[in-house]
Structures are given as C-alpha cells and as structure tokens.
Design a protein around this ligand. Sequence first.
Ligand code: PMP
Length: 433
Amino acid sequence: KMRELSRQENLEKRQKYLAPSLRAHYANSPSGALKLRSGAGQYLYCSEGRRYLDCVNNVCHVGHTHPRVVQAAAAQLSILNTNSRYLHDNIVRLAEALAQRLPDPLQSVFFVNSGTEANDLALRLARNFTGRQDVYCVAEAYHGHSAATLAISPYSKYSPSEMPAGVVKLSQPDTYRLGLSEAEATDRALAEYRAALASGEKPPAAYIVESLMCCGGMVSLPEGYLRGMHELTRAHGGLCIADEVQTGFGRVGTHMWAFEPQGVVPDIVTVGKPFGNGFPLAAVITTPEVAEASNKFEYFNTFGGNPVACAVGLEVLSVIDDEQLQHNALQTGAYAFDLLRQVQAQQPRVGDVRGTGLLLGVELVLDRATKAPDSEGAQLVMARMKELGVLVSTDGPHRNVLKMKPPLCFNVADAEELAKVMNQALSELPPLV
Ligand code: PMP
C-alpha cells in the first residue's frame, strides 16, 4: 500500500506534473483546496477526517460508494471486461432497461463513456440524418469538451482554435434576468428562433438544449418553451436533441427526465454523469429511424458498453427504483426549496431561488432591483460554507449562482443543514450598502 501524500506533497506534484488548466475547487479560499479520502452516501471525508455534506456531486447519484454499485462493478470486473463486439448480456439488458425508461420511439441505444462523447455522437447523428451542418444551441450552454461539442458550448468561451463553424447561438430564456413571465420568455425565444430560421440560409440539422440549464446558471426552461422550439425545429426539417447529462435519472423529482414536464419527445437524448455513479458510462438514445440512417457509417467505441460499465448501469437503475430516489428528489427537493426561500426572505443578496427536485440554484445579486450579479459574494459564500462543512459550487455566466445537486439520498436533515449554513455564510458577508 502506498503512503498517503501530505497536502503539501500533493500540491507540489500537482503543480509539477498536471497541466495547469486543471483547477482545484477552493484553491483560492483561506483553507485551500480540499484533499478527499473517502465518501459514503451524501458525505465526503477529507484527509484530516472531517465530514462534508456533498451538495455538488450529481455524478454519485445514488450516493458515494453505494455498496450495491461497488459490488456489481467488482463482481463483473473479476469475471470479464472487454469491448462490445462480442455478445454479452449486460449490454443488451442495459439497453433494454434504458429504452424502457424513455418514451417511444426512443429505443435505439449507443453506449459511450462521457457526456462529451454522447453529445459529439448526437451531433454526428443529426448531421448525417439531415445532410446539414448547422446546429442551433443556446447561450451559456455547456455540452462538452471535444471540438464539436465546444462549438455548441458558449459557456466555455472559445479559444481562437475553437471558433465554431456551423453553429447558431440563440439567447437563454432566463425569466429572472429578463424580468419576464414564463409565457413572455417563451414567446420571445420562439420569435427569435422563427426569425433566425426564416431566411432559410441555415436550415437546422438540430436544435440542442439541456432540459434545465445547469452550467448556464440553473435556468429552468419556461412553460411551453420546448414544445415551441421542437415544433419550429421539426417544421424546418431538423432534429431535437435533449441533453440530460446533468438533469436525468430522476433528479428533477416529478419525472425521470427533465424534458418530460414540457410534454415533448426529443429525437435524440444524451445521458451521462449519474448513469455510472462515478464509473464512466454515458449513452445516446434515439429513434430506430435516426439510428438506421447512421448505419451508413461505422461507429465503434472501445470502452463504450463494456460489461463492467453495463453491470454498474444496471445496478444504478435498480437502486434508483428500489430506494425510490426519484420520489425522494421530489419530496426532499421541495423541502430544501422552501428552506432556501426562507433564507431569501432574510438575505437581501438572494435575488432568486429556483430549480426543481434536487437541482437547485440560488442567485446572488448586489441589488435586487438592478440584479447586478454578486460574483464575489458567491465565491465567499461557497468558501465559507466549506469551512462550515457544506460543499456547494457556483455557476452561471457571472459565477454568482450557488448550485446544489446532491446525491439523491439527500435527506431532510441535510436540507436543513444546507439552508442553515448558507444563511450563516450570507450573514457573515459585509452588509450591502
Ligand atoms: N452536457 C452537460 C449538460 C454537462 O454538464 C457536461 C459536463 N459538465 C457535459 C455534457 C459533458 O460531460 P463530460 O464531462 O462527462 O464529458
């Protein structure tokens, strides 16, 4: 067994051997980056043994080191792991289980290893199916780190080598920032899209959006938005892609997928992060028609759909069902939402509380009237909350939205701890003048 490195040794090696673009959370906070040793359920333990409530980790969806998932992975790893060109029951069973959880006609599955790969393939499928190039995406969206997915990720602020071609950016239907009702925000977005399509110069291969925009600042899509955007896309011959990489698998509580409350069925759905509970597993699910059209080109992915990944995915799906985690996301999420609204009532910096299920955002502003983003306050609150034992992250174009997306085993006491600690951290900030 290797000796555990001290924090200092770890930092030195990190600086010497890892590329500097990999930034550690809390690196600039008073107590510095967090060195973790273990996790269980919704809790993380640092190398000094302290417990943290993890409100960030939407990847370890059913809880860190869930014993059933660990056991499923270990058991399969000790029997066989290989690529998907041989017949194996795990891959077909998982494809069936996934298809059963999606509305018809979404039943053709491609297994990949990350959200980026899933969206990259989704773009390729749409462009091949339609014979077109242009993809319509939404401002502040993030869909991945490959060249094709970066091009549709305005969130990432392109570098010169990544200037997007074949991409049209639409504005974000952010009711809070726009100061519009849901109906008005939807009308505005549809008018903009209709105008963009009208010339016919850039017929859509696809329209892609996250069903609740997470990196974009936890922006819920307004009522009627997806239905309208899908109708326009289809009227112009394009495919509709739903990125469910962060939002999927019951997190929104009311439904398994965040597009469902909007009453639409996309042509392509991409899933990732929570699917493997930390093990690399992601997928693209589409219609037999789109999948058949892609049959002209070969798609092979060495690790995608391997027996271990699929054993993990099957276990994650069973645990979600057996532990009624979607229901817990609904109930505990609603409770946490109410508590955060109570924090808002006491804290003038909280401009908005939003989200659904266990996917919640708290937007900090310097002035509720002008909505000037309080980016610095958000960083201070995040750092102070860590000192107080609760991990949250910040996101959105101004990094002023505190983001909560904990493992779905999050409970009532955790929600109370989150709200109490957030309230305290906010109270300790200098008062607004
Ligand atoms: N889509 C969304 C909505 C995401 O949030 C992310 C990751 N933050 C990705 C795609 C890319 O996933 P991955 O990092 O697994 O490649």
